[in-house]
Design a protein around this ligand. Structure first.
Ligand SMILES: O=C(O)C1=C[C@@H](OP(=O)(O)O)[C@@H](O)[C@H](O)C1
Ligand SMILES: C=C(OP(=O)(O)O)C(=O)O
Length: 431
């Protein structure tokens, strides 16, 4: 992995692209199916990250079989077995958080690790929550980062947790809480960032017949519940974080229009990208019932956008801002620094190599847009799928050649990304 460089030269794009299935829904559906008896998950995303969650379900005593986009999942019988091996969550934060809480249900000890990026991301608040609930959860280095050692079983109770580091802690506790004896009440110590991701969790739980709810101070889930989906089948909707890339490509280089299929409404906060591209000046039409979005390029103008609810859109918006005229001010962005890379700095520095001026603050990124200054250069993908895909968009308009190093990492969320871009007409050379 990470050996492929991709070179893009200025291109116009046109035609139809299909959104890959949602990564967030797929992770949750795989684990929910692990808690259930037998489930068919249709239209699942099979990417490096979702495969990490499938491996965890296997290690907990379930089984995940794949045929095309369909997963046949046998659950681990309500409570996970103690894994016979270390759980390697690879690059996936969602896997590590969701699996940590699941491991705390097992009657014994689980060990979780991941790649270098994942081993630098914050797990401390979730470890403390597990410990407060009567489990044991340690960072081997004592720095709140993986490798993690988690010992269960915990039986539930009330726990408080910050809401401004990762919403995945809440998701993890809700998914596990449903099969504890006592259930869980989760009290938020701060306002919740990335809140729509918890809405996705509530939607998936409902789909699996599990009741969980918002409370005045946070969230709650009753214990002793059974995961069971109607007709044994769960279907995953299209991914709006992934849709942001063909949508932005159409907005900056789609003179004859780009159509995106598989764009049905769901709880995803990242549907906000449709409105953002519209506000910037592109022509956009979302047929929600038909699940298609049509976008056509136009002169774009800078906007102000809060990414409080939509952290994964920051890299896409930063590239749109670089091509737009005037400043794009991306606010409420501090939690975007805790991803596969510090994406605020990563986008500032890599766009800078293409000649784009930015102003970075702890909680915001301002991109001083001017398409005429974009000039091709060699940029680093930094092992971060969203940085790679967003820099590829900039390559569509930067003069000369833009080479992205380590471009394979798109397989984390969007394995066919460069094929899609090439099919839309982008000039791409892989070496
Ligand atoms: O729960 C999820 O599926 C996700 C939640 C978000 O993370 P945070 O809650 O850590 O911001 C998001 O950035 C990530 O890509 C997926
Ligand atoms: C941050 C992301 O995912 P995760 O937290 O699961 O690594 C992402 O997909 O952008």
């Amino acid at each position: 992995m990470n050996d492929t460089n991709v070179t893009i030269t200025p291109s116009r794009v046109a035609g139809t692209a299909r959104a890959p299935p949602s990564k967030s829904y797929t992770h949750r559906a795989i684990l929910a199916a692990g808690y259930a008896e037998q489930t068919t998950v249709r239209d699942a995303l099979w990417s490096a990250d979702t495969q990490a969650t499938a491996r965890a379900v296997d290690l907990f005593g379930g089984s995940v079989e794949r045929e095309d986009g369909t997963l046949e999942i046998d659950g681990f019988g309500g409570r996970p077995d103690v894994p016979a091996d270390v759980i390697d969550c690879d690059n996936s934060g969602t896997t590590m958080r969701l699996v940590t809480a699941a491991a705390a249900l097992a009657d014994g000890t689980s060990v979780l690790t991941g790649d270098e990026s994942l081993r630098s991301r914050p797990q401390g608040p979730l470890l403390e929550a597990v410990a407060d609930l009567g489990g044991e959860a340690l960072s081997t280095r004592g720095n709140g980062q993986a490798p993690l050692v988690v010992t269960g079983p915990l039986s539930g109770g009330t726990v408080s947790i910050p809401g401004d580091v990762s919403s995945q802690y809440i998701t993890a506790l809700l998914l596990a809480g449903a099969v504890t004896e006592e259930g869980l009440a989760i009290e938020l110590e701060t306002a919740l960032k990335s809140a729509p991701y918890v809405d996705i969790t509530l939607e998936v739980l409902e789909g699996f017949g599990v009741e969980a709810r918002k409370t005045d101070s946070g969230f709650a889930v009753e214990g002793g519940q059974t995961y069971d989906v109607d007709d044994g089948e769960y279907a995953v909707p299209g991914d709006f974080s992934s849709i942001s890339y063909p949508l932005a490509a159409g907005a900056i280089a789609g003179d004859d229009g780009v159509r995106i299929e598989g764009a049905h409404p769901s709880a995803q906060g990242d549907t906000a990208i449709v409105d953002i591209v519209d506000r910037m000046g592109a022509t956009v039409d979302w047929d929600r019932a038909g699940g298609t979005i049509d976008v056509q390029a136009d002169a774009l103008e800078g906007v102000e956008v809060s990414v409080e609810d939509t952290p994964d859109l920051l890299p896409t918006i930063a590239t749109l801002g670089a091509v737009a005229d005037g400043d794009t001010h991306i606010t409420n962005a501090e939690h975007v620094r805790y991803k596969e890379t510090d994406r605020v700095s990563a986008m500032a520095e890599e766009l800078g190599k293409l000649g784009v001026e930015t102003t970075e603050e702890q909680d915001s990124l301002t991109v001083h847009g001017d398409a005429s200054v974009l000039e091709g250069a060699t940029v680093e993908g930094r092992g971060d799928h969203r940085i790679i895909m967003s820099l590829a968009l900039a390559g569509l308009v930067a003069e000369g050649e833009t080479t992205i190093r380590g471009a394979d990492h798109v397989d984390v969320s969007f394995p066919g990304f460069f094929d899609m871009l090439a099919e839309l007409g982008a000039s791409i050379d892989r070496t």
